[in-house]
Design a protein around this ligand. Structure first.
Ligand code: SF4
Length: 266
């Protein structure tokens, strides 16, 4: 049998009875967990031992999103070598000192050397470092237009739209719902600024995760029977300054940071 490298191939060999004895609701969900390395095939008690022996070595586990990012880091570091830092200062809205480039992310300095190594007083996670290096290498340096657009207007690819909604906007709304004072922390800790907008919201706040990629967070508090609402907007030039996948990853990185802060400080 060929290598098994996706959930559907695993699913084909399962009994498909959804009996839940493996602790998962359906056989398909079990197959997805096996390919992610979160379950082992022998946790389905209905598979014959001979089949298990034959198949275990043929399963190719998918890398986690974080591992995929770690793999993306090395090629980016190699590309940084080709970037002329001095000529990129204006394009990136950055500063140059001792041959190193300093880029402000959320008001904090992130200093990058010519080999792509990053130094910051802030906690550095791979969800932020990969977009930062992408920004340095690929940003067109477009000046901001002042026109705010939702994420879906930046990309025609619905897969990114749905990821963005599910993995950034919704969890961020939940976080602010449960920690309403966190808005003030965004102002104090991350140099956020309140702003006036034409969008219907109680709070409109601008953050600069990268100098030429600001985000606008509009939050409407819950009232009576109405749920709260949260929408995130980008400058219309955003995709020229950061590729869409990096915009998504940057936002997920911010969320990881925000969740850590709320779990430890609030
Ligand atoms: S124990 Fe096996 S058959 Fe039952 S749900 Fe899990 S994978 Fe499917």
């Amino acid at each position: 049998m060929a290598k098994l490298d996706n959930p559907i191939e695993i699913y084909k060999i399962l009994p498909k009875t959804n009996c839940k004895q493996c602790g998962v609701v359906t056989c398909l969900a079990f197959a997805a967990d096996v390919i992610k390395g979160q379950k082992r095939l022998n946790q389905c008690p209905h598979l014959d031992n001979n089949i298990l022996e034959e198949l275990e070595g043929k399963i190719i586990k998918q890398a986690t999103p974080e591992d995929q990012l770690k793999q993306a880091l090395e090629p980016l570091k190699r590309e940084i070598v080709n970037i002329d830092f001095a000529a990129s200062v204006q394009r990136l809205g950055a500063k140059l000192s001792s041959d190193k480039l300093t880029v402000k992310c959320l008001g904090k300095n992130f200093t990058v050397d010519s080999e792509g190594n990053i130094i910051s007083d802030c906690h550095i996670n791979v969800w932020v470092t990969v977009p930062l290096l992408n920004y340095i290498i690929y940003s067109a340096g477009n000046d901001l237009s002042g026109k705010w657009v939702p994420f879906r207007e930046l990309s025609n690819e619905t897969v990114w739209n749905s990821f963005f909604e599910q993995r950034f906007e919704k969890p961020l709304k939940q976080l602010i719902d449960t920690h309403p004072d966190f808005i003030e922390d965004l102002i104090v800790i991350f140099s956020g600024k309140y702003t006036e907008t034409s969008f219907s919201s109680d709070i409109s706040l601008v953050l600069h995760p990268l100098p030429k990629v600001p985000i606008l967070i509009c939050y409407k508090k819950p009232e009576e029977d109405l749920e709260s609402k949260l929408n995130v907007f980008f400058d219309a030039t955003a995709e020229g300054n950061l590729k869409i996948d990096s915009i998504y990853r940057l936002c997920v990185g911010l969320l990881v940071m925000f969740q850590k802060i709320t779990s430890t400080h609030i």
